[in-house]
Design a protein around this ligand. Structure first.
Ligand code: MN
Length: 254
């Protein structure tokens, strides 16, 4: 019986410390192949490169079976699954991202995008993020509980995508979190802003994006769970169709 094959990627680029932590950890569970963006691609969501060529190269300076790709996180998983892996992998891991991917972040996140691309290729996948500034190793005890069951589900012919977020502190505000809850995506709010600045030629340039706003600790949502010092795991699906189609069907009939 061969060991599981695990493809590891991220959106922070091949040099990111969280990638090394995750790839080394993954060796507990199987053979590991890493394909990561050559440069940081945070916030690239599910972007795919179709109109320009991609370059890839082995990166033995990091470890054997590590490769960089000149594209997005999704490109890395697409290319990794179809080209680098000698057979379809049993698991895609993405991260460990320095900063949460909660609620609507999952649409912007390259970490979640990479994992979701695994699911779209029929592979079980886990996206892993920790609170900004926290040690990525904080996520490992929780990933250790999730990975065997993802591998097991894969053997049963099922595919699942899990999004894991881990806060720096447990409920008492001291020490690492110990408990994990399964929850829905919550509501992630930011102080959205467009900042207008001037370059040396007095032409305008812009920064978009602002800091996250505090979250209400709603039960059952990932935003609330991490605010309560719990690791949050959210099973995600591809179908974002609204549950009630009749509402619009009726409007068309009016
Ligand atoms: Mn990132």
């Amino acid at each position: 019986m061969s060991r599981p094959l695990i493809l590891v990627s991220n959106d922070d680029g091949i040099r990111a410390p969280g990638l090394r932590v995750l790839a080394e950890f993954a060796e507990e569970f199987g053979e590991v192949i890493v394909c990561a963006p050559a440069e940081e691609r945070s916030g690239f969501g599910h972007a795919i490169t179709l109109r320009s060529p991609l370059r890839s190269h082995p990166a033995p300076e990091f470890a054997p079976n590590w490769h960089w790709l000149s594209g997005t996180p999704v490109d890395c998983v697409y290319f990794g699954v179809l080209h680098l892996c000698p057979r379809k992998p049993d698991l895609v891991l993405a991260g460990i991202n320095p900063g949460y991917n909660l609620g609507s972040d999952v649409f912007y996140s390259g970490t979640v995008g990479a994992a979701r691309e695994g699911l779209m290729k029929g592979v079980n996948a886990l996206a892993v993020s920790v609170e900004a500034g926290a040690d990525p190793r904080l996520a490992l005890p929780f990933a250790r509980r999730l990975i065997p069951s993802l591998l097991e589900r894969g053997k049963a012919g099922e595919t699942h995508l899990l999004n894991l977020n881990v806060p720096r502190r447990g409920p008492d505000g001291e020490g690492a979190p110990r408990d994990m809850v399964v929850c829905r995506l919550g509501r992630r709010r930011y102080d959205d802003q467009v900042s207008v600045r001037s370059d040396l030629n007095e032409r305008h340039y812009f920064w978009i994006g602002g800091p996250p706003l505090p979250v209400a600790p709603d039960d059952g949502e990932d935003t609330g769970a991490i605010a309560s010092g719990l690791a949050a795991v959210t099973p995600l699906e591809l179908d974002i169709t609204a549950p009630d189609l009749d509402v619009w069907a009726e409007r068309l009939d009016e």
